[in-house]
Write a new protein. Sequence first.
Length: 279
Amino acid sequence: MFKSKSLQSLFLIALGSLIYAIAINYFLIPTKLGEGGVTGLTTIAYYTLKIPPYLTNFILNGFLLLVGYRFLDRRTIIRSIWAVIWLSIFLKIPVFYTYHTTETIIPTLAGGVLTGVAMGLILNAGGSIAGSTILGRIFNKYFGMQIGSATLFFDLAVAIPSVLIIGFQNMLLTVLELYLSAQLTNIFLSRFGSKKSINIISNQTNLISQKLSAELHQGITLIKASGYYSQTERPIIYLICSSKQLAEIIPLIREIDPQALIVVDNIRSVRAEELYRLL
């Protein structure tokens, strides 16, 4: 089971790297748009010195991964190395079709959507493409800032000065592309990587707990509580689950106790080495 999930994560990271490379090679570079972070530096190096993007991506991100090694866990670093390798490989693949248009807003929007989806896939699988996303993960870990928003902050530090290379109009389009990418990354992570917390008050606490544990293999916590009016002690069932698991949990509870009070909250971040042991 664990091995299967790891392989799935590695596949999603590689897929995200492919989508990101397509955005750069087929939409951003042909339109001479910039990017943020290390990717922005690779485009600037390409526009000014004709240095291949895959080369600067590999070298600069390798350096940032050494910095990230001091602050992030080993698994994140390993998966980020995996992402950087695949991104460099995909960036090196020759472009089969060059997209040209006088409407520069089209490649701007396409680039923003593709990079946002790519980052969502990579980050949700536990990796990053290094660069500003490494700094974004560090800020998320230590300051609670959303990864997409933190990454945007560092991306703009590169994108805005690029006005000297790509011009004022393309710099504004680059900022728009980065903003769209960051928002899509946040939305993607909140939809597919978020967790739900559930509080359940019921007369069938023991039966519900047994069913959740035995049938759904759900970790649960019982919290001592008592009603103010009735002064009756009744434990509250507390658990954390994914959106997919929620669709199974709610019907199970309703089947046992239709009168149960169920409170569901969105959680942006859950951290624990072994969550099931804590719950």
